[in-house]
Design a protein around this ligand. Structure first.
Ligand SMILES: Cc1cc2nc3c(=O)[nH]c(=O)nc-3n(C[C@H](O)[C@H](O)[C@H](O)COP(=O)(O)O)c2cc1C
Length: 400
């Protein structure tokens, strides 16, 4: 049984931390709650005491509690501190080391991992002050979950909603449980590659990087030393992992080779099959072309997945490819799995619910091995990452 110290600050989502307490208790862990003064305006401490079955702390100058230096002891007794919901106010105080309450004093004196679930109005979340504060807190090594996008209590729409209780609990379990992939080394490719035509133009594709980033993030949370190799994308990188930015397929291959030896390799990037051989060193001008045509000569790029999969030196124990087709998906995926000598292949349906898989949060995939085909249906890219990581954990635990 692990001990969690839940700090609740005064946001509209404070009532949802009651469900979080129930989830923590349901999983068999112990939870003690600390409320800021503002939090007590939203939900009665009695509700927290009843659900946690523990004393609730609100006051820094509580004689009984502070006779044992409670603001230090509470964090020392815990395995993990969770701040949910985290107001813009308490995050700003943390950045500046303010300790004007029991909650902020615990946060300043804390020596345990801290998971933060922010919750605030979209304008508060996007305010430059909050953006700077979050950046600082992430740099200080704190772990964030959310916030989610959606409609707020105030009726405005955007980012700022506290994450779902199940998502917060998942993060808690990654932090308090034995890391099942501890000691394993992984690399994941993600996003598109871009192949220059001239200094300002290139050939690329619509890959968003969402699937590869989700896998890299989860492998890291599960304890694997993870390296994300990514083409240019417009999404944030997962926290606390090594990232190598590349542009071309050649650069992606080089980064993959430099990441060997590794135990796990996942190739979720959409690598361009071709590169331009007659690349121009200066911007190609329309006026220089006598007729209206322009010829680009293409040459095949190296096959990153096949090269790593067939390397004689330090081949990863697990090589997982992704493939996307617009027709004959499964046959083509099986063919590629054999031709490229990879262990597992994930076959992506290009169109799902009339939308392209690219830049979509959902993915419809089939999981293939030499003797297995599972259709995972239309699920979120995060769920694909979870299912794949479970397979990886089972592989290393010899569970079939
Ligand atoms: C009805 C109401 C709802 C609020 N909701 C939020 C919220 O969701 N997030 C937030 O950062 N602040 C919210 N605030 C403002 C905080 O309560 C205020 O900043 C307070 O000082 C936070 O104190 P604490 O961080 O010590 O708990 C809300 C205030 C009111 C009156």
């Amino acid at each position: 049984m692990k001990k969690i110290l839940l700090i609740v600050s005064g946001g509209i989502a404070a009532y949802r931390s009651l469900d979080l307490i129930r989830e923590i208790k349901r999983r068999g862990d112990d939870v003690t709650c600390v409320l800021t003064k503002s939090a007590t305006k939203f939900v009665q401490p009695l509700s927290f005491a009843s659900l946690s079955q523990n004393k609730v702390y609100t006051d820094l100058f509580d004689i009984e509690n502070e006779s044992k230096i409670g603001h230090i002891k509470l964090s020392r007794d815990a395995d993990l501190i969770v701040l949910a919901p985290a107001t813009a106010n308490i995050l700003a105080k943390m950045v500046h080391g303010v300790s004007d309450s029991l909650a902020t004093s615990i946060l300043l004196a804390n020596n345990k991992p801290l998971l933060i679930a922010p919750s605030m109005n979209v304008k508060m979340w996007n305010n430059p002050a909050t953006i700077k504060n979050i950046k600082t807190l992430k740099k200080d090594g704190h772990i964030f979950v959310g916030p989610d996008d959606g409609e707020m209590a105030c009726g405005e729409v955007g980012s700022g909603k506290m994450s779902k209780v199940e998502d917060i609990y998942k993060e808690i379990s990654y932090l308090i449980n034995e890391s099942p992939l501890k000691g394993k080394k992984a690399f994941v490719t993600s996003g598109p590659t871009i192949e220059p035509i001239d200094p300002v133009r290139f050939i690329s594709n619509r890959s968003s990087g969402k699937q590869g980033h989700a896998i890299a993030s989860l492998l890291s949370k599960l304890g694997a030393e993870t390296h994300l190799i990514t083409g240019p994308v417009n999404i944030p990188y997962p926290d606390n992992i090594k990232v190598t930015e590349i542009n071309t397929a050649d650069e992606m291959l080089e980064a993959c080779l430099s990441s060997l030896p590794a135990d796990i390799s996942v190739f979720a990037a959409a690598v361009s099959d071709w590169k331009v051989t007659n690349q121009s060193a200066k911007k190609i001008k329309k006026s220089e072309n006598k007729n209206n045509d322009m010829n680009i000569i293409l040459k095949q790029n190296p096959d990153v997945l096949k090269t790593i999969s067939e390397t004689n030196k330090n081949r990863p124990e697990l090589v997982v490819g992704f493939t996307l087709e617009t027709e004959n998906l499964i046959e083509s995926a099986k063919y590629k799995m054999t031709k490229k000598s990879c262990d597992w292949m994930i076959a992506n349906n290009h169109i799902q619910n009339n939308k392209s898989v690219f830049d979509n949060d959902m993915n419809e995939v089939s999981f293939l091995t030499s003797d297995l085909q599972e259709n995972w249906g239309l699920i979120s890219k995060k769920s694909v990452a979870e299912k794949l990581c479970n397979k990886i954990i089972n592989h290393f635990n010899n569970v079939t």
